[in-house]
Design a protein around this ligand. Structure first.
Ligand code: 13P
Length: 250
């Protein structure tokens, strides 16, 4: 049976003091072993705090993006090797905010996914449609296109050690969650796409749902067959809210 993963994407939020409080609160609240894995994705400057406080605990951490180049004259960028230096095990790639605000194309995302794998990081590939695309009936074709770009570069083998997060853009930060049925339908579509290439990898692949997950809707979402956890934004910034999501399934 797959283990549920509850992951917190803090986006560009926090301060040193807040990060300390949040991580200590999460550690205090996760002392009892549970069937749920937890991960946090702080902004770059707080990765060192994560490493200090989380090393040797059951909570893993990662970054929100990476530059695919190993090193060089790329002012402001951070490489996979640097993330490894701070103990990261995971990295998000292709979050919709990276795609829309920073113009990352499907190909850019595929290159980042490949670079993460090559460095030994486990990429979390984020995919999802906008409201307009959903209304146009393009949800499956958009998700298919986003995943195909990565498959083309890294192959199905690349998903042996990767996670997919389905995050409908219209549900991110809006308080409007996809219904468990809506989310499950897309998750099943995604799983099926992988099954057609390798049913063992597809069966083991964790597909997270993201978009206004909270303590009240998590249990219903994660109970669905193909929803293996959540990528949580806003509700991962408060200890009680994030733990409520974990405890909804623990
Ligand atoms: P919210 O949970 O705030 O909707 O954010 C979801 C998200 O984008 C996680 O990556």
């Amino acid at each position: 049976m797959r283990r549920i993963l509850v992951a917190g994407n803090w986006k560009m939020h926090g301060s040193r003091a807040m990060v300390k409080e949040l991580l200590n609160g999460l550690l205090a609240g996760t002392r009892n072993a549970s069937e749920v894995d937890m991960a946090v994705f702080p902004p770059f400057p707080y990765l060192s705090e994560a490493q200090t406080l989380l090393a040797g605990t059951s909570i893993t951490w990662g970054a929100q993006t990476l530059n695919p180049i190993a090193q060089g004259a790329h002012t402001g960028e951070v490489s996979a090797g640097m993330l490894l230096d701070f103990g990261c095990s995971h990295v998000l790639v292709g979050h919709s905010e990276r795609r829309t605000i920073y113009g990352e194309s499907d190909e850019d995302v595929a290159v980042r996914f490949e670079a993460a794998l090559a460095a030994g990081l486990e990429p979390v590939l984020c995919v999802g449609e906008t409201l307009q695309e959903r209304e146009n009936g393009e949800t499956e074709s958009v998700v298919d296109r986003q995943i195909s770009a990565v498959l083309k570069r890294s192959g199905i083998g690349g998903f042996e050690r990767a996670i997919v997060a389905y995050e409908p853009v219209w549900a991110i930060g809006t308080g409007e969650t996809a219904s468990p049925g809506q989310a499950q339908a897309v998750h099943a579509f995604i799983r099926h796409k992988f099954v057609s290439q390798d049913d063992i990898i597809a069966g083991q692949l964790r597909i997270l749902y993201g978009g206004s997950v909270n303590g009240s809707n998590a249990a219903d979402l994660f109970a669905r067959e193909d929803i293996d956890g959540g990528l949580v934004g806003g509700a991962s910034l408060k200890v009680e809210d994030f733990l409520a999501i974990r405890n909804a399934v623990a």
